[in-house]
Design a protein around this ligand. Structure first.
Ligand code: ADP
Ligand code: MG
Length: 402
């Protein structure tokens, strides 16, 4: 499916921003401890869109959430330290406001400050409720709106959805790029198209499996979620994590895969441990020999089998680690998949990693530059893989047709 004019995302090129104030929803949700930023990747990633708008003569009102303050002011989660970092990166003063959309925000936006940073959106409970009055208050601060927060676009929140009812709206570079990269995966992918899925819960990913069944040639399943699939095929999995209440549903999905000729590859050997902990006794064993231990990683044979399938693919999506990769002794399966994806990329395949922990694994293994795209939005990329249209993205498309 090609994007038609009606479904294409409006871009900032289509917005008249000269001399206007533009509200920009960024994802500045950085790790913050005692006012010190850990990794400033998200702040740096926001700069190109902000820079482009400034270069076109706009003044900015930047907004974001940070952490989970649950509708109350939490001093530890104030955005001011992020404002300081942003100011260094943009080389211009950033006026951080003391409220979200109240008196101080209004005063700052009415002043000639070039860049205003609103206080943490989630200090106001109305943000997550997509409250129409709050959306209006935000919109009143500006003349146009840009959404550059892909990782928040699966949430129907006021700063993502509500504001688009009131302002000419467009997608920033980060958002447009994420949507492009993920749509390219799902629309007319080169074959073979292989998915590698892992992580903890099969219930989180059943929607993804079901949607991908119509698209892919094979799915390799590792991680804890593989054990629910193995149980559905009648295997013993010892004390491994299993979602008993999902076994029937999983059996239906496996039958559907069979009918649709999609190969589902499951682990045949595992790293069996006495506990899911650092230093626990563990051994690589065939699945049949797991006994009363639990599976904490796929075994070397499985890693190799998954790797071979990935190396033969022209399109790959990877979501969810193969084992408890945070513990080095249980990271080999995840590393095998990461290596295979890097090889496939080098051979010209289009490869995408989506999911917060998979992206972290890729980074930990130093391979984030060896894939075509690492998505920044955990939940948002999963919902796109489920075939859902994200509320923030539909809102921008609706705005174009208004
Ligand atoms: P993503 O964020 O990439 O979508 P998930 O959040 O679904 O991935 O899962 C990531 C987590 O899954 C990791 O913290 C990892 O330790 C855990 N995990 C993977 N395999 C197992 C396993 N066999 N047993 C327990 N936890 C596992
Ligand atoms: Mg996760």
């Amino acid at each position: 499916m090609q994007a038609t004019e009606a479904t294409k995302l409006p871009t900032i090129d289509e917005l008249d921003v000269q001399g206007k104030r533009v509200l920009v929803r960024c994802d500045l949700n950085v790790p913050l401890k005692h006012g010190v930023i850990g990794d400033d990747l998200r702040v740096r990633a926001s700069v190109p869109t902000l820079r482009a708008l400034l270069d076109r003569g706009a003044r900015l009102v930047v907004c974001s959430h940070l952490g989970r303050p649950k509708g109350k002011v939490v001093d530890e989660l104030r955005l001011a330290p992020v404002g300081d970092r942003l100011s260094e990166l943009l080389g211009t003063e950033v006026r951080a406001t003391s409220d979200v959309a109240g008196e101080d925000a209004r005063a700052a936006c009415a002043s000639d400050a070039e860049v205003v940073l609103l206080e943490n959106l989630r200090f106001d409970p109305r943000e997550e409720e997509n409250d129409p009055a709050f959306a209006r208050e935000l919109a009143h601060l500006a003349d146009a709106y840009v959404n550059d927060a892909f990782g928040s676009s699966h949430r129907a929140h006021a700063s993502v959805v509500g504001v688009t009812e009131h302002l000419p709206s467009a997608a920033g570079f980060l958002l447009a790029d994420e949507v492009d990269k993920l749509e390219r995966l799902l629309h007319d992918p080169k074959r073979p198209f292989v998915a590698v899925l892992g992580g903890v819960k099969v219930s989180d990913k059943l929607g993804v499996i079901e949607h991908l069944l119509d698209k892919v040639d094979a799915i390799c399943v590792g991680g804890a979620m593989a054990f629910t699939l193995l149980v559905a095929t009648g295997k013993e999995v010892g004390r491994s994590l299993v979602e008993e209440d999902r076994v029937d549903e999983v059996r239906d999905v496996l039958e559907r895969a069979d009918r649709q000729d999609v190969e589902i590859l499951l682990p045949t050997d595992v790293v069996a441990a006495t506990a899911p902990e650092e230093g626990a006794d563990s051994a690589e064993v065939p699945l049949e020999e797991i006994g009363d231990r639990l599976g904490v990683d796929v075994g070397p044979d499985t890693g190799k089998r998954f790797g071979d399938v990935v190396r033969g693919a022209k399109t790959v999506i990877w979501n969810g680690p193969m084992g408890i990769f945070e513990i080095d002794a249980f990271a080999a399966g995840t590393l095998a998949v990461a290596d295979a994806i890097a090889d496939a990329t080098r051979n010209g395949a289009y490869t995408v990693v989506g999911g917060g922990d998979s992206a972290a694994a890729m980074k930990k293994l130093g391979k984030e530059d060896e894939v075509s795209h690492v998505s920044t939005g955990g939940g948002a990329s999963l919902e796109m893989l489920e075939g859902k249209e994200l509320p923030g993205i539909s809102a921008l498309r609706r705005g174009r047709n208004r």
